[in-house]
Design a protein around this ligand. Structure first.
Ligand code: NAD
Length: 415
């Protein structure tokens, strides 16, 4: 059995795009590696008086189109290889969405579930102080990812601003609205995902009303995706989190499950639902499957049993290359991560623009611009997939990698 890491998947995808685009091997060599990788030791005082030492990472892939941009993940399994893969995907994602950014990603290897709010604050501030010289609104702009949230972004903004000596809201996105966050940022990834699903539904000819949906992961992306799809008239029949999943053929009410998770710590053991494993969730009978947790979930063993007509990747890297091929052969419409979840970075870009111009847009304006932008990207990818007779993943990679390769060629190398 092939063992995949996020980085091996990202490298294989890049190779595929390079071959399809017939790119120069020098350009391939450039894009295989990040421009800069920072590894720092984040040392903090724990609540019990002991010293905690955590590995902190920030990887900046390529920035030929503008400053680096990417989320920060707090997770016990975070590795430099995973963060590098996530940074590469950010580069292609920003290029597909036509945003003036390069890809980056950060992470701290820690278990936030076992840490207090005060410890997480000290961890965040110390981490920012260690990579401070490489951050900034024109250098690298962080955002939330797994187990980081609006509060984390507020601490990042405050630490950056304190070290600068003046308030710099444009140094980070995904922060609370009261300190310069954008309307709609919290739900943006899921709203963007829903716009993509809406267009894909037209292609596979299914009516979204009464369409059944299963969602893996019930955090920012998963919960909001379940809510948005529910509001569109779909029936959300299964959801899960790190403790397991639940199934309810009559459909769940996303807010009720959210309240249950808040109270008990997980979606499992919800009234009128049957518990199931995460693997079973991916194989649930449904029309739309939304993986919105971690990478490497739909493997070749699972892909065979996926019943959904549309797989919309809310998570980054949830599907392995072999699983991609199996889904494609089965005729599943897979909307790849670098397109499907680009609503998050798109509204992060809107937030940065609003901060730089000291403006504040309404939710209607934000969602209107998001809809226009992501729908255009969807059809850019769709058109290329048709021309190339390829799946949407290959087309999306060709579009993203191609745009970056062409920018590198135009800029040239210095010295
Ligand atoms: P989050 O921390 O808000 O939620 C993560 C969820 O995944 C939690 O419900 C957690 O219980 C669940 N989970 C963790 N491990 C799991 C496992 N092994 N099996 C099933 N569920 C598991 O994180 P998020 O921001 O919603 O991010 C989820 C995914 O979406 C990640 O892949 C992230 O990179 C991607 N993403 C996030 C954004 C964003 O704006 N937040 C944007 C684009 C992509």
């Amino acid at each position: 059995m092939t063992h995949h890491t996020a980085l091996s998947v990202a490298q294989e995808q890049l190779k595929l795009a390079v071959e399809k685009l017939d790119l120069d091997k020098g350009i391939h060599a450039i894009l295989r590696k990040p421009k800069r990788s920072l590894m720092v030791s984040v040392t903090i005082k724990m609540d019990d008086g002991n010293i905690g030492v955590f590995d902190g990472i920030r990887v900046q892939h390529w920035d030929v189109k503008g400053p680096f941009k990417g989320g920060i993940r707090y997770h016990p399994d975070v590795t430099i290889d995973d963060v590098t893969a996530l940074a590469m995907w950010m580069t292609w994602k920003c290029a597909i969405a036509d945003l003036p950014y390069g890809g980056a990603k950060g992470g701290i290897c820690c278990n936030p579930k076992e840490m207090s709010k005060n410890e997480l604050e000290r961890l965040t501030r110390r981490y920012v102080s260690l990579i401070f010289n490489y951050l900034g609104p024109h250098r690298d702009i962080p955002a939330p990812d797994v187990y980081t949230n609006e509060q984390t972004m507020a601490w990042i903004m405050d630490t950056y601003s304190q070290l600068k000596g003046y308030s710099v809201p444009e140094s980070v996105t995904g922060k609370p609205v009261e300190i310069g966050g954008s309307e709609g940022r919290m739900c943006a990834t899921s709203v963007g995902l829903a716009y993509c699903i809406r267009e894909a539904a037209k292609i596979v000819k299914i009516n979204l009303k009464n369409t059944t949906v299963a969602v893996q992961g019930y955090g920012n992306v998963g919960y909001n995706a379940a809510s948005v799809m529910h509001n569109l008239g779909c029936k959300v029949v299964a959801v899960s989190d790190s403790s397991g999943g639940i199934y309810c053929p009559k459909g769940i009410t996303p807010d009720a499950v959210y309240a249950h998770k808040k109270k008990t710590g997980s979606v499992i053991n919800m009234k009128n639902c049957t518990n199931m494993t995460n693997e079973e969730l991916l194989q649930t009978k449904c029309d739309v499957l939304i993986p919105a947790a971690l990478q490497n979930q739909i493997t070749k063993d699972v892909a065979d049993k996926v019943k959904a007509k549309i797989v919309a990747e809310g998570a980054n890297g949830p599907t392995t290359p072999e699983a991609d091929r199996i889904l494609d052969e089965k005729g599943t419409c897979l909307i790849p991560d670098i397109l499907a979840n680009s609503g998050g970075v798109t509204v992060s870009y809107f937030e940065w623009v609003q901060n730089l111009t000291r403006e504040h847009w309404t939710l209607k304006e934000v969602n209107g611009k998001l809809e226009k932008k992501i729908t255009k990207s969807f059809y850019d990818v769709q058109k290329l997939a048709k021309e190339e007779e390829s799946d949407m993943r290959t087309a999306a990679l060709m579009l993203g990698v191609g745009r970056i390769a062409s920018a590198i060629a135009t800029l040239g190398l210095w010295p």
